[in-house]
Ligand binder design. Sequence first.
Ligand SMILES: C[S@@+](CC[C@H](N)C(=O)[O-])C[C@H]1O[C@@H](n2cnc3c(N)ncnc32)[C@H](O)[C@@H]1O
Length: 301
Amino acid sequence: MNSSERSAQPAVTAAGTPGVTVAGAVARLSRRLRTAGVPAAEIDASLLVRHILGWSAARLITDGDRYVPFEAVQRLEALAARRAAREPLQLLVGSVAFRYLDLGIRPGVFIPRPETEVLAGEAIERTPPGGVVLEPCTGSGAVACAVAHEAQPGTLVASDRSPRAVTLARSNAARAGLDVRVVQGDLLAPMPLRLRGMVDVLVSNPPYLATAELAGLEPEVRDHDPVEALVAGPTGHEVSDRLLSEGPAWLRPGGWLLIEVDERRAAESATRAEAAGLADADLVPDLAGRDRIVRARRPLR
Ligand SMILES: C[S@@+](CC[C@H](N)C(=O)[O-])C[C@H]1O[C@@H](n2cnc3c(N)ncnc32)[C@H](O)[C@@H]1O
């Protein structure tokens, strides 16, 4: 008997207090999270309840009048308290959906964002069969894994300075059965030298906030994403500028450089890409229509 079958009956808990239906638990948790200032509290409440019960979204609709089993109420309470304290949902459930993949998430490693799926899509579109792709600043390995999953690169190397990120990226690639090599070090420094001048796509979502912007972030980001994944330096351009100056030598003529940037600095980043000698620099909007990707290529001659 699984926990949901057991949940049809009890209207009273072991302590003698009334039990709660699944729909009631979602509604109660929504109110609690909203009061705690959690954005999209209703969505998080239903995702947490579904995570605890192992239910699909459809089952939440059809079986919402069933009672939550006692042990599930306790586990839900523990996660609700952490979410109300603004711990990110993805850390509580331990995974995140990214394009067609389900990626593991661990404390101390940047949580991939939906807008970065567009960056991955740009890289996938530009990766020829058997091509060479580099991804510095890979974090959980989200972009590299998506490229390996949806395109057919011959060589894909991702890097990160953080040992935790490297471990997680390797585990995510292995879990999905993807051929991604993950190396540790500063930007392009750990990439295999034999690939210099041969890269079809150099894609990166580097840190791009200015130091002073950290304090204004939501607690989920400020207190849980590692600061070195967020902040580039005093202007926010520091890491992308390095990619713009060091990246072109790794590209083959006509190869693409794709960098996620802050929308407030996107136009300036495109100007800097041209100043770095790249051609055809333009901006790509994210899912919300904000300019978030600088796209440029090494001139053919
Ligand atoms: C914004 S996160 C992006 C992670 C991942 N690509 C994603 O989109 O979810 C930036 C990542 O860059 C790494 N990083 C920051 N500075 C770096 C550097 N100089 N060299 C290599 N990695 C760096 C951080 O550890 C972090 O994992």
